[in-house]
Every structure is written in structure tokens, then in C-alpha cells.
Design a protein. Structure first.
Length: 264
């Protein structure tokens, strides 16, 4: 579905759209929920913490945003199936936008990473995105926004460049970048666009993780042209753009939001 011939207001809007954003209780996911809902979408989000989710939902209601929540551990197959059943029931069997955002880091030298570390990070950051995309596919086929259904993955610049003590995490993000291109080609004929945002450092709980080597942070800041890390909203705005009718000819792209880190 093309967005041409529509007014600017219609192209830069998510009015009437429905969206699932994983990991919306904090950080980047929280900002994405507010951005999509602020542009008029009805949003469902999840995390593992029921109390935190309810507190978020209450605040969003006060802000006039239409957001529903449910508990889901995205690393667990049965939880993912239950989440998509809830989303299908909430939005009448249709979905316009899936944002695969939930993820965890592992700052550990490769030689010390255990089998459990590997399995947890792979299940949380990668398998979840593949399976949730599969589960969302029939709902996305019924998308009604101009520009068609849309999937956005949240990967990382760690999927492009080598960083010490981040091998397992970076493997999941590199694979997510490739999943973006593979699904984009496979689903273009279904009217579903698949894109990805790859942030550099963003001010969230992940970037304040006390297991990060301070030396790595110092070196990274020295190589960063813009000299600061991002606010979560600076990632959310690109996610919203990718889901809008105005991005109707964009698919298969991985967009770095990194203050220039990967071009310097
Ligand atoms: N912050 C950065 O510098 C940065 C840079 C590049 C990429 N990213 C990526 O951006 C995404 C979001 O990161 P963030 O920095 O916003 O992290 P964050 O502040 O720690 O928030 C992560 C969100 O995901 C949820 N989550 C984590 N594990 C989950 C699971 N197994 N099932 C369901 N929900 C889960 C968390 O809630 P619960 O823990 O309560 O479940 C929370 O809502 C991740 O994919 C991350 O890799 C972040």
C-alpha cells in the first residue's frame, strides 16, 4: 500500500494504528510506547514485572495515551504465544506495527561466557524477535495503515563493529540486522515492511550497568563525534517514522542512531 496522494498530516501520523512494543516499561521501549501512542496509535506493551507495568499503564492513562499491558518473558516460547493471543484479542485479530525492543546485555569476555549466558541472551535478544515476528505475521497481513504492516527490530551498533566483552550480545544484534533484510525480502509481497534501528549508547539502565568496564566507556566516548550518548526519545522518533505511511517505500534497512560512532 503506498502513501502517495495522502495529505502530510495523514502521512506523518499513526492515527488508528495498532502496535505491539516489547519491553515498554523502561528505557528505549518506554519512549517508543509514548512516541507511537502520541502519534495516535493504540499500543500494547509487555515486560516481566507486573507492578512496574501497571504503574506505567496508570501514568499513560493520565497522559491520555491508549496503552494496554501484559506480563511476558520474551525468552519463553509459551509466553510469546500467550502475548500474541492477547494482542490478537485486544486489536480484533489485526496488527499494524510490531516493535521487537526487549533485550538484555552481557558484558563478559567470550572466554568466560557460560552455556547458560549464551542460551539466555540468544533466547531473549534473537529467538524472541524471530518467533514474535512469525506469530505476528498473520495479524500484520490484516494491517490497515497506509504503507502496510511494519516490523521494527531494535539491534545495536554492536552488531556492526567489534567491541570487547560483548561477543554474545553482538552476535544477537548482528543476526537481527540480517533477519531484517531476510524478512523484508520475504514479506514485501505481503505488504509488510521490516526495518531496524541500531542505537549506539543510550541513557537507560543498560548503559549504567556496573559490570561495564569503565575503560571501555572512556575509549568509546573518545571516539564518539557527538561526544554524548542518546536520549531514549532520539531512538523512539526514528522507530515512529519507520512505522508511518510516510516511510512506505522503506524496507530492509538498518539505521544507526549513534552520534556518528560508526562513521568515524
Ligand atoms: N541502552 C543502550 O545503550 C542500548 C544501545 C543499543 C541497543 N540497545 C537495545 O535497546 C533495547 C532496549 O534496551 P534499553 O537500554 O531500553 O534497556 P532497559 O532500560 O534495560 O529496558 C529493557 C526493557 O525490556 C524489558 N525486558 C528485558 N528482558 C525481558 C524479557 N526477557 N522479557 C520481557 N521483557 C524484557 C525490561 O523489563 P523487565 O526487565 O522488567 O522485564 C524493560 O522494559 C535492547 O534490545 C538493547 O539491546 C540499547
Amino acid at each position: 500500500m503506498v502513501s502517495g496522494g495522502r495529505s502530510r498530516e495523514e502521512r506523518w501520523s499513526l492515527a488508528g494504528a495498532t502496535a505491539l512494543v516489547t519491553g515498554g516499561s523502561k528505557g528505549i521501549g518506554h519512549a517508543i510506547v509514548e512516541e507511537l501512542a502520541g502519534f495516535g496509535a493504540r499500543v500494547h506493551t509487555c515486560s516481566r514485572n507486573a507492578a512496574e507495568l501497571q504503574e506505567c499503564r496508570r501514568r499513560w492513562e493520565e497522559m491520555g495515551l491508549q496503552v494496554t499491558v501484559s506480563v511476558c518473558d520474551v525468552s519463553v516460547r509459551a509466553d510469546r504465544e500467550e502475548l500474541m493471543a492477547t494482542v490478537g484479542a485486544t486489536f480484533g485479530g489485526k496488527l499494524d506495527v510490531l516493535v521487537n525492543n526487549a533485550g538484555q546485555t552481557l558484558f563478559k569476555p567470550a572466554a568466560e561466557s557460560t552455556g547458560e549466558d549464551y542460551a539466555r541472551i540468544m533466547a531473549t535478544n534473537l529467538e524472541s524477535c524471530f518467533h514474535l515476528s512469525q506469530l505476528a505475521h498473520p495479524l500484520l497481513l490484516g494491517a490497515s495503515v497506509a504503507g502496510g504492516g511494519s516490523v521494527v527490530h531494535v539491534s545495536s551498533i554492536a552488531g556492526f563493529i567489534g567491541l570487547p566483552a560483548l561477543a554474545v550480545y553482538s552476535m544477537t544484534k548482528g543476526a537481527l540486522n540480517q533477519l531484517t533484510r531476510s524478512l523484508a525480502t520475504e514479506w514485501a509481497g505481503d505488504g509488510i515492511r521490516v526495518n531496524c534501528v541500531a542505537p549506539g549508547g543510550v541513557k537507560t539502565e543498560i548503559s549504567t550497568d556496573m559490570t561495564i568496564d569503565p575503560e571501555l566507556v572512556k575509549n568509546e566516548m573518545a571516539r564518539l563525534p557527538m561526544g554524548r550518548i542518546a536520549e531514549p526519545e532520539e531512538v523512539a522518533s526514528m522507530v515512529a517514522f519507520l512505522c508511518m505511511p510516510t516511510a512506505s517505500y522503506m524496507t530492509g534497512q538498518v539505521i544507526c542512531i549513534d552520534g556518528g560512532r560508526t562513521i568515524s
